[in-house]
Design a protein around this ligand. Structure first.
Ligand code: SF4
Ligand code: SF4
Ligand code: FES
Length: 482
């Protein structure tokens, strides 16, 4: 830590930071556009100009590292005039689009215009008007809104490892466009729209769906893979509309991939809210006693899956199964690993996404929810008849066991597995509750409840606890009859 003076007040700041981050840490905002903490510094927008004591010219704060005893001025008339000038240039060609722009409400241009702009324009010429273009499978560019900050180009080159975008022409004609005329097809089109500080890059999938101020937001963790990216959930009318990145500087988390970001429809559509028996709707009063009866006469029981569940649910399920096993006097095998990547060391698909599309394999393994024989061994026990009752926890039923055992599918959605199982039980999805996931590196991260489940919908843990109490109820009734 070193001492610096900001506007005459002394602060202790981290010497490894630049002036924008160091000032932000102590509550002083320096406006910026092109700077991004996870990308290289280019100093292109000139929005972050400040005075440094002893240096005659204004300096870009993004490009200036902190030094012991330096004094900076962020609020002088010179600085204000420079910022207002930058804003005037940026807005000269910018359309008055805010009422129809998806970025409105979270746009840096709006924020900086309010904070540092002049409130009027001296620009009297015709603004340029370049037609909007589709530049990716889920990405459009509105050239008129672009402020040429180069964030998108740097992100692609430095993080994605592709150079699809480039800057063409000069001055008033500057355009961000496709370098090879090939549409962008990678897993980070949402991140491109996200890091664009204005509404120039937008995703088709979310276009005109909502205004940002209509959302309720919660802190959460992406469900899409074992990386466990930090997200802010945006919910409206109890529907999950968006995942936005929740920057975590300490853990170096600044982006989301499209696989996780856009995989949200299942939370809002085709949900399983009633029990099912052989593919037709039923009730808990009908189904739970039948499952309890099946458990009594079974040769062996297994539970497979569970890596979509929170650590808290898994711990409760594990203890309910221990009790159930005692009541039934037979072992119950609980195996969380149902796909190949769950048996291996982490394999990356790209710089974020892993091949394990479960958010909590590591948490389940830390709770010792695994068997020495793994899924293959359980399947062969089912085929031999040693196991004849299987609970499948929000996973696809392995095709080889269909018809070979009584199958109880626990699911959040009306999936083909829920229809194919002998019984299906509806459960809450992770966002219906608070909890935690443990990511591929063993980092346990809490998430808040984002959505409200229908009254009476059980969690996976509550389902097993219900089955346990049904078994105990019958035991007590039998004892009473003696
Ligand atoms: S499209 Fe957005 S991110 Fe790219 S240069 Fe323009 S304003 Fe910056
Ligand atoms: S990398 Fe994984 S955790 Fe991160 S956004 Fe993509 S799917 Fe979600
Ligand atoms: S943020 Fe410093 S020049 Fe753009």
């Amino acid at each position: 830590m070193v001492k610096i003076k900001i506007d005459g007040v002394e602060f202790e700041v981290d010497e490894k930071k630049n002036l924008i981050d160091a000032a932000k840490e102590v509550g002083v905002d320096i406006p910026y556009f092109c700077y991004h903490p996870a990308l290289s510094v280019v100093g292109m927008c000139r929005m972050c100009l400040i005075e440094i004591e002893g240096v005659p010219r204004l300096q870009a704060a993004c490009n200036t590292p902190v030094k012991e005893n330096m004094g900076i001025i962020t609020k002088s008339d010179r600085v204000k005039e420079a910022r207002a000038g930058t804003m005037e240039f940026l807005l000269a060609n910018h359309p008055l689009d805010c009422p129809v722009c998806d970025k409105a409400g979270e746009c840096r241009l709006q924020d900086n215009a309010f904070g540092s702009g002049q409130g009027h324009s001296r620009f009297e010429f015709q603004k340029r008007n370049v037609p909007q273009e589709e530049i990716g499978s889920n990405l459009i560019i509105n050239h008129n809104r672009c402020i040429v900050c180069y964030r998108c180009v740097r992100f692609e080159e430095e993080k994605v490892g592709e150079s699809n975008l480039g800057l063409f022409e000069r001055g008033n004609d500057s355009l961000i466009g496709l370098a090879n005329n090939e549409p962008i097809n990678h897993n980070f089109q949402g991140a491109l729209a996200d890091i664009c500080p204005v509404g120039a890059l937008l995703n088709n999938k979310t276009l005109f769906k909502s205004r940002v101020w209509w959302y309720k937001s919660h802190s959460s963790v992406c469900h899409g893979c074992s990386t466990g990216c930090n997200v802010t959930t945006n919910v409206r009318d109890n529907k999950m509309y968006r995942y936005m990145v929740k920057e975590n500087h300490e853990k170096n988390m600044f982006f989301l991939c499209d696989k996780g970001r856009f995989d949200l429809d299942w939370m809002n559509e085709n949900r399983l809210f009633s029990y099912m028996e052989n593919g037709t709707p039923s009730t808990s009063i009908n189904v739970i006693p039948k499952i309890a009866n099946a458990l009594r006469s079974t040769n062996g029981v297994a539970v497979i899956g569970g890596a979509h569940e929170s650590n808290e649910n898994l711990a409760r399920i594990k203890s309910a199964l221990t009790e159930l096993s005692k009541e039934l006097s037979k072992p119950i095998q609980f195996e969380v690993r149902v796909t190949e990547p769950q048996y291996k060391e982490t394999e990356q698909v790209d710089f974020l996404l892993t091949k394990d599309y479960h958010p909590n394999t590591r948490g389940a393994l830390d709770l010792e929810i695994s068997t020495p024989q793994g899924l293959t061994g359980i399947v062969s026990d089912i085929l031999s008849g040693a196991i004849d009752l299987v609970f499948v926890l929000k996973e696809e039923i392995p095709s080889s066991i269909l018809g070979k055992a009584t199958i109880v599918q626990l699911d959040t959605n009306i999936t083909s597995s829920a229809k194919a199982a002998n019984f299906a039980a509806p459960i809450k999805l992770f966002a219906d509750e608070a909890g935690s996931f443990t990511n591929k590196n063993g980092l346990k991260q809490d998430f808040e409840k984002s959505m409200e489940a229908p009254k009476g919908l059980p969690s996976s843990a509550e389902f097993f606890e219900k089955v346990l109490s049904e078994i105990r109820k019958k035991e007590e009734a039998l004892l009473g009859n003696r």
